[in-house]
Design a protein around this ligand. Structure first.
Ligand code: ZN
Length: 181
């Protein structure tokens, strides 16, 4: 019967891992850090997001008064003693009772301080995109801790290198395939 039109589902939809990594990267856009924007997204076993975070100064601490520089004569004039990493914020921002058994999608491989938090929070897996500080003592210590604690970690290569969000797409003014290019 030619009246029956079988509409197949869209095949270029965003798959879960790319989606969660994209959420981490979108969250990173909230960061005020001029040199490094990192986002993290915690997902439970049902593929539900239970926590999102990005790097920033602690709540109530004015990010116009604290330093954002990476190096200074006095360490107190750098961002490092003050800034909260994305992983910490994602764990603290959780909207579930806990994050035990959850996975964390994060733009950068977590440092040793975040590895401690990840372990103590009971996360089971870390999926990261970049490992650009691989050879630093912090990342070496992090790998050591995560491995000993049995937290899996793996680098993830998204299916697509770029996701464009076009607010006009809902009005049919976007790209031919919707919002993903
Ligand atoms: Zn960290």
């Amino acid at each position: 019967n030619s009246d029956i039109i079988v509409t197949k589902k869209r095949d270029n939809y965003l798959e879960w891992p790319d989606y969660f990594m994209a959420v981490a990267f979108l969250s990173a856009q909230r960061s005020k850090d001029p040199s490094s924007q990192v986002g993290a997204c915690i997902v439970n076993q049902d593929n539900k997001i239970v926590g999102i975070g990005y790097n920033g100064m602690p709540n109530g601490c004015d990010d116009d008064l604290l330093p954002w520089s990476r190096c200074a004569e006095n360490k107190l004039d750098t961002k490092y003693p003050y800034v909260c990493h994305a992983e910490l914020n994602a764990i603290m921002n959780k909207n579930s009772a806990d994050v035990k058994g959850c996975s964390m999608y994060v733009a950068l491989f977590p440092c040793n301080e975040c590895a401690k938090l990840i372990i103590q929070a009971g996360l089971k897996e870390v999926i990261y995109l970049s490992d650009k500080y691989h050879h630093t003592p912090e990342m070496t210590a992090s790998r050591r801790l995560l491995s000993m604690a049995g937290v899996h970690f793996r680098q993830y290569q998204p299916k697509t290198t770029e996701i464009v969000i076009n607010f006009n797409s809902i009005n049919g003014l976007g790209t031919a395939n919707g919002t993903i290019q």
